[in-house]
Ligand binder design. Structure first.
Ligand code: TYD
Length: 395
């Protein structure tokens, strides 16, 4: 791994602090967030990895059901899975609060979710749930209990697991011979194009490309046979994967196209990542200047969507509560708490909280359309938004 980007010292992106934590001056552990590129495997990853146990515990606040965009995307996929593949069993790795699997019959579903506070949600709804980390031990357990699985799905999870060999070995262990694996994660191509450096935080160990995924899969005799480009999470790729020896499924032209696009962007070259790093440094200066200018005019700025992404941006740009009053968010376990690192207060979303606000920093820029639709009144009243994607600006 060759380093190309230094995002400074960063806290764990989903470790919110309580008022008591602040009062007791609880020491927050910071980690040096650096990003590197592996010339051989084309994999982009953060360099100092934090153990899963530290990040995904029984208090993990992130809930995938918090946005309509995500629930809609899961519903469309569930319909496609039923229509095209009609699997007997679906195993979801990283089922969170069950926003995908709720679209299937209970007896068809196996959930894997190591965050116990989330696993209990699907368990209580009657879905078979393993509150465990995905590894070979769990894969063996699943196989001996349920037999081989014909469809495995995992969204925004595999990029959070350090040992990719273990991940795919475990998948290959339970997947039936004609089984399908569907994974989706943020796209590195989109991340580079949008200068979305906030895709990097401690939980996002990897930002995948088709180039890198192809290389890993090869080791386990798996291959991508189709890709879909998604708008979710700021631009994601959904990879449809089969066993290489399953000749019943043809490789779709979309795979060739995506690969071509990635190579056209020179994603196999280290110099591309150096160009990206320079763009990130410029983006920081521009955002900091934008905040300074607005604050000089004594205007009020708040944040919308207290995302892990905004934790990276705010800590990297050293934007704190002097310039950003508070965040609003709908996630119960994030609100009435303080953001990691910057200690900006997160309030439970209410439309009133936008009254008298001049500028809203779009923490959840990936849900811009959904948010703009919801906040028509704020926009009509002359309220403005700040985004750093693709370059810091007022919109
Ligand atoms: P997401 O972009 O998925 O986050 P991350 O960078 O952590 O992966 O999270 C979106 C956040 O924005 C989540 O905390 C919920 C919040 N949110 C709102 O508060 N209101 C909204 O209307 C939407 C769409 C999201």
């Amino acid at each position: 791994m060759k380093k190309f980007l230094d995002l400074g010292m960063q806290p764990l992106a989903n470790k919110y602090l309580t008022r008591n934590d602040l009062k007791n001056k609880k020491k927050e552990k910071l980690y040096h967030l650096e990003v590197g590129f592996d010339k051989k495997t084309k994999l982009v990853s953060i360099l100092n990895k934090v153990s899963s146990e530290k990040m995904f515990d029984n208090k993990y606040p992130y809930r995938s059901s918090m946005s309509k965009t995500m629930t809609k995307s899961f519903k469309i996929l569930a319909n496609k899975i039923t229509k095209v593949y009609n699997p007997k069993i679906i195993l979801e790795i990283g089922s969170n609060d069950g926003s995908l699997i709720k679209n299937f019959k209970k007896k068809k579903v196996i959930c894997v979710e190591p965050c116990k506070n989330l696993a209990i949600i699907t368990k209580n709804k009657g879905f078979k749930t393993y509150a465990d980390y995905w590894n070979i031990n769990l894969a063996k357990k699943v196989k001996s209990k349920h037999g081989k699985v014909d469809l495995i799905y995992s969204a925004n999870t595999l990029s959070h697991i350090s040992d990719l060999n273990s991940v795919f070995k475990s998948i290959a262990h339970v997947l039936s011979d004609d089984g399908i694996l569907i994974i989706e994660d943020p796209s590195l191509l989109e991340c580079l194009k949008k200068v979305a450096y906030d895709q990097f935080y401690n939980e996002h160990i990897y930002v995948f490309s088709l180039l890198s995924i192809k290389n890993i899969l090869q080791k386990f005799n798996l291959e991508v046979f189709d890709t879909e480009i998604l708008k979710t999470h700021g631009g994601s790729i959904r990879y449809f994967i089969k066993r290489t020896k399953n000749f019943n499924i043809k490789v779709n032209i979309s795979v060739k196209k995506q690969l071509k696009n990635e190579l056209r962007f020179r994603m196999d070259k280290f110099s591309t990542y150096i160009t990206f790093k320079k763009k990130v440094e410029k983006s920081k200066i521009k955002l900091v200047n934008l905040f300074h200018k607005i604050k000089k005019d004594k205007k009020k700025i708040i944040g919308y969507g207290s995302t892990a992404k905004s934790v990276t941006v705010l800590n990297y740009c050293k934007i704190k509560s002097e310039s950003l009053d508070y965040f609003v968010d709908t996630t119960p376990d994030k609100t009435k708490k303080y953001m990691p690192g910057t200690h900006i207060y997160v309030d439970q979303y209410k439309q009133d909280l936008l009254d008298g606000v001049d500028y809203i920093f779009l923490g959840a820029w990936n849900f811009k359309e959904e948010i703009f639709k919801k906040e028509k009144k704020y926009i009509k009243n002359g309220g403005k938004f700040i985004t750093h994607i693709p370059t810091p600006q007022i919109i």
